[in-house]
Structures are given as C-alpha cells and as structure tokens.
Design a protein around this ligand. Structure first.
Ligand SMILES: Cc1ncc(COP(=O)(O)O)c(C=O)c1O
Length: 453
C-alpha cells in the first residue's frame, strides 16, 4: 500500500535522450507543481502516492508529459494497457462508436455487446461458458463472491457460507473484495467477518512449503469444516509478487473444491488476457475454475471487467436480478473488442511468453546488483516483482523500493509506487507490445540504479 508521497521538490537529473526515453527537465517538472499541489489539496490523500509526473499523451510503450519528457512505460498504468498506449485500432473503435452517438445502453441489447461476449466466450475452456460484463475488477470479484455464497446456500444451506482466500491476496477495495483480501491492515476499518478465512499462499518465499497439505492443515487449525466452505478464491499469481500458484497445488485445490461442493474462483484481474504469456493465468495450471473475475487488460484502458462462469453458476439469478449500470458500455465494449483483436492479431500473449526469459534475466541481474537488498524476485510472462527485505529474512524494507522507483522515474523509466507486503515490492510490467530492445533498455536502467544504491 502506498502510504507516502514523493516530495514535490524539483530535483535536477541528468539529461536522457534515447529512442524510448527523454528527460529534459528537473523532476518533478517545476511548471507541474501547481497542478500536483491542487490534486493533493482537492482529492482524498489516498489518490496520492504515485510518482509526481503529469501523464499527458501515450504512444505505444511510451508516455509523455506536457513538458517534453518521455518515459518508457514499465507500469502499463496498473497492468491495464497491454496493447500499449493509443493503439490506432482501439482509437478508431472508440471514435467510431462515439460518432455513432451511442454512449450508453444499460442492459438493452447492442450489437457491440453481442460481438464482445461472443469473442470473449470463444476464449473460454469448458466448462466456462457464459460472460457477465461489468466495469471494475472489484465488481467482478464481488459478483463471484455473491454467486459462490448463493450456490453454497442452495447446495448446503445457510451455514455453507465460508469463502477461503489467501494471505497477502489482493482482490480490490470494495467491502466483499477487501474481506476476501489477505492483508489485515487493509480491512482494519471493518469488523472481523468469520465467513472470510485466509490460508498461506504457496509462494515459496513467505510460505516455503508449497504443498497442498498446508491448505488442509490451515483449515483444520482455523476450525473450518470443509463442508461449510462455499468458495475458494485466489489470484493465479499474487499481485504482491509474480508467483503463479504451483500447478500441482491448483490441481489438488480443484479436487478439494469438487469434493466439498465449493466454487473454485480465480481472480484473473491482473493475470488475464496475455500478461502471463497465455490467455489466462490458469492456462498454466492444468485446471479450469468455476468462475473467473477479469478486468484491467481486457479493453486497452477502458473500464471493462467480466465474470466468466459455468452454465450452472451463471443461471442462478433470473432476468434483471444481476445487473450493472455500465455493463459493456458501448464505447468501452468497442474498445474491448478492438483490444481482443489486437491481442490475437499481434500475438501479444505469445510476445509475453517469448520475452519472459529476458524479463527474468533482468530481474536476476537487478537482484544481483542490489547486493542483498532484494530478498526475492519472481517473474512470469511480462510481469516481474522484486521484494526488498532485510537480508536473510522476509521482513519488508520499503525504503530502497521507493528509492528505486524515484530514481527510475528520474531516468525515464515509469514504475508505479511499491506494492505488496509492507510496500516492499517493485513491479515491472510493460505493455505486452514491448520489443526486446526496449525491454532490455529499461531493465539495464534499473540494474544500474540498483548497483548505485
Ligand atoms: C488481482 C486483482 N484483483 C482485483 C483488483 C481490483 O480491480 P479494480 O481496481 O478494477 O476494482 C485488482 C486491482 O489492482 C487486482 O490486482
């Protein structure tokens, strides 16, 4: 969680001029300070915490401020703009739909929604069959929780209402999604809810034993009767790291869910649509969940989310009983359809798979250069995470993580503020259109900075 602000004091930085990066001013830019201050004064403090750069224009893997500076984007916003910034096919889809005068259609049928759900369902492995369009990842997670709880009541009565999730999980910031989250600090504003139980996530770092027995033991230790569990939800890789759930663990979990009539839910909000080098994170695990919550990378930057589900679960509620005002808003749906076409035509999941070893090697080199400050790194596809910890422990040390973000931004590489346990992880997740040259350039910048700290 970003709990600090970068200072609004312009600092002189060396001039940078490459194909992908231009830094010509002090950072933050002196002329930007008034706007940055205004935002700090008028918005909740929670909107702060990101590097003090005005995002103005995007093209491909680069973002520009209004003052002539250009950054190589290693953030994709927050893992959203997989097809890059300002892709011409997405721009055309948005402008054409806007020109048609169709900005909003609620749940009334539209051609564009029909095309989008047809394209999405084509990607689904059986038994996933239906798609429910929503707006945010948290909303998709809430919907999955509601369907699992409703299904639980149906098959096991009122007491079958426990949702199991994982330590350090992040599922969003609305009430249900946060209850399912695995960071106690983020839900300190609510009373404890015994229907939400967390178990260790098999990341191989904070939880060394990645066997499924740990899941069963944790449930026993917490006094949970498996038959009271209505659903188990997990990210396919956790946002605070980039570590996919081990396949054997996921397969045991699948069997466990079947045995106890619990709905298996994967949160694919970050991992879905090519980020891991495959259509979904679960594509690597040898299992298919009953429900998947998707968002972020579906629509090239427009607010689109979706729940993917089985016939049985998606038929629980009748007409008009599960709706959302902006469900597949026509402009967003047009962007979504164009984005899916770009992902397919340009082979962006394949590009993520092809460049995965380059990112992994970069993470390894940055870790080596950091000389003991990075306790653990993971990467999968085009997402990497480096966790700064006290040497030999898992204790977070956020200060060097913030320092590396600060210096990277001053050098023309855009990262978002550190995330994860104690704010100790920096994430590297460029648009999936990136090429080897640009990826290597940004990774070398980070390696150099890590070596100077
Ligand atoms: C794994 C995961 N799930 C859910 C969410 C929530 O998505 P949104 O911010 O669109 O509500 C996020 C957002 O970061 C996420 O990373």
């Amino acid at each position: 969680m970003a709990t600090k602000e970068f200072p609004l004091v312009p600092q002189e930085v060396p001039v940078v001029e490459t194909k992908y990066r231009t830094i010509r001013t002090a950072i933050p830019v002196p002329e930007s300070i008034d706007l940055l201050k205004k935002l700090r004064d008028l918005e909740p403090r929670s909107m702060g915490g990101q590097p003090p750069v005005i995002w103005h224009r995007g093209d491909g893997v680069c973002i520009h401020d209004p003052y002539g500076n250009k950054w190589l984007d290693f953030s994709s916003g927050v893992l959203v703009t997989s097809s890059g910034h300002g892709h011409k096919e997405i721009v055309a889809a948005i402008t054409n739909m806007a020109a048609q005068g169709m900005y909003h259609a609620y749940c009334f049928p539209t051609e564009i929604r029909g095309k989008l759900v047809a394209e999405l369902t084509r990607l689904l492995p059986a038994p996933l069959k239906r798609v429910f369009m929503l707006t945010t990842g948290s909303e998709a997670v809430e919907c999955c929780i509601k369907l699992a709880m409703t299904h639980g009541r149906k098959v096991g009565g009122e007491g079958k209402n426990i949702i199991v999730s994982f330590d350090n999980a992040f599922h969003g910031r609305t009430m249900g999604s946060q209850l399912a989250g695995g960071s106690p600090g983020l839900k300190a504003w609510m009373s404890e809810d015994s229907r939400f139980v967390q178990v260790p996530y098999p990341d191989g770092f904070r939880q060394k034993d990645t066997g499924f027995e740990v899941f069963e033991k944790a449930m026993g230790d917490k006094g949970v009767d498996p038959d009271d569990v209505c659903g188990v939800i997990s990210e396919t890789y956790q946002g605070c790291n980039a570590c996919l759930m081990p396949g054997s663990y996921a397969q045991s979990l699948r069997k466990w869910c079947n045995a106890h009539q619990a709905v298996m839910i994967f949160d694919e909000v970050q991992a879905g649509f090519g980020r891991t080098g495959a259509p979904f994170g679960f594509s690597h695990l040898g299992v298919v969940p009953d429900l998947a919550a998707c968002g972020k990378g579906i629509a090239g930057g427009m607010p689109v989310a979706a729940v993917l589900g089985t016939e049985e679960l998606m038929s629980i509620y009748g007409p008009g009983e599960m709706t959302s005002t902006h469900s597949a808003n026509p402009i967003c749906a047009a962007a979504g359809l164009a984005n899916l076409e770009v992902l397919r035509k340009e082979g962006l999941a394949e590009n993520a798979a092809k460049l995965a070893p380059v990112l992994a090697e970069g993470c390894r080199r940055i870790t080596k250069a950091a000389d003991g400050k990075i306790g653990h790194w993971d990467s999968t596809g085009l997402v990497g995470a480096l966790q700064f910890t006290k040497p030999g422990t898992t204790e977070p040390t956020p200060a060097p993580a913030w320092e590396i973000v600060h210096r990277a931004v001053g050098s023309g590489v855009m990262l978002f503020a550190p995330v994860g346990v104690g704010g100790c992880a920096i994430k590297i997740n460029p648009p999936l259109i990136i090429n080897k040259e640009a990826l290597r350039e940004g990774l070398s910048v980070l390696e150099e900075i890590a070596g100077q700290m």
